[in-house]
Design a binder for this molecule. Structure first.
Ligand code: 13P
Length: 266
């Protein structure tokens, strides 16, 4: 029996309009009603957090942001703090997404500070890791992911780690070459990396390693969700493009819910 409750998260990235979101969120709210074996969330642009809160409160579709500032308060034009995000009822915050690391050159130090701010704000971090194509081709995939996971683990002292456990922090394995390309990792490739990440976490805390959700992201669709989510160490999905269409995201969520129900049958 699986100790970990599957988590399906939509990452909207830079997409949305007030009118389009309203339709999408209300459809998802209705479609996911009664699917109670899995956790669901959407991470929307900051400016739509209020709308998500208005439309999703009281439903089983949670919401979150796609980043958080490393600062709490002050003269930091354009920054959004964890406390601000928390005011909108967010549960999750995506951290260290490769699109952030590449576009804005978000360093490990900055990510580590953001991680701590998220914990202080009571937000559950979804910490992204993953190698680029050239790194995989050079046989460095595990080494790169190991460095990213250990950077995160080492940046948390015992108190912060305890808080991260309490908030059920999540790791997302998102191979950069699979993001937005239509070329997802094979279930076996992803399974191997997820098991490897779990081992790295076990070195710090064997019990938490059994419990932490390690989710996969990179070209997840309704067509490949079943095979990916069937792997023993893949505890959910971080979904980009397929999260923008109510029908597709619902299908992925239904597949996850059905698989969870089956795995809990005696
Ligand atoms: P796609 O599902 O569009 O490949 O995006 C994955 C992703 O980056 C989720 O964070």
């Amino acid at each position: 029996m699986n100790l970990r409750r599957t988590l399906i998260v939509g990452n909207w990235k830079l997409h949305g309009t007030l009118a389009g979101n309203q339709t999408l969120l209300l459809q998802l709210r209705a479609n996911l009603r009664g699917l109670d074996a899995v956790d669901f969330a959407v991470c929307v642009p900051y400016v739509y957090l209020f709308q998500a809160q208005q439309l999703l409160s009281g439903s089983n579709l949670l919401w979150g942001s796609q980043n958080v500032s490393q600062y709490d308060v002050g003269a930091y034009t354009s920054c959004i703090s964890a406390a601000m995000i928390a005011e909108f009822g967010c549960q999750f915050v995506i951290l260290a997404h490769s699109e952030r690391r590449m576009l804005r050159l978000e360093s490990h130090e900055v990510t580590a500070q953001r991680f701590l701010r998220a914990l202080e704000g009571g937000l559950t971090p979804i910490y992204c890791v993953g190698e680029a194509q050239a790194e995989r081709d050079a046989g460095l995939a595990e080494e790169v992911v190991k460095r990213q996971v250990l950077n995160m683990l080492h940046s948390l002292d015992d108190d912060a780690f305890a808080r991260a456990k309490q908030l059920n922090m999540v790791v997302a394995y998102e191979p950069v070459w699979a993001i937005g390309t239509g070329q997802h990792a094979s279930p076996q490739e992803a399974q191997a990396m997820h098991a490897f990440i779990r081992e790295l976490i076990a070195a710090r805390d064997p019990l938490f390693a059994k419990r932490i959700r390690i989710i996969y992201g990179g070209s997840i669709t309704a067509d490949n969700a079943q095979e990916m989510l069937s792997m023993p160490d893949i505890d959910g999905a971080l979904v980009g493009r397929s999260a923008l269409v109510a029908e597709t995201f619902t299908q992925i969520c239904r597949i996850a819910n059905d698989l969870s129900l089956k795995s809990h049958q005696p």
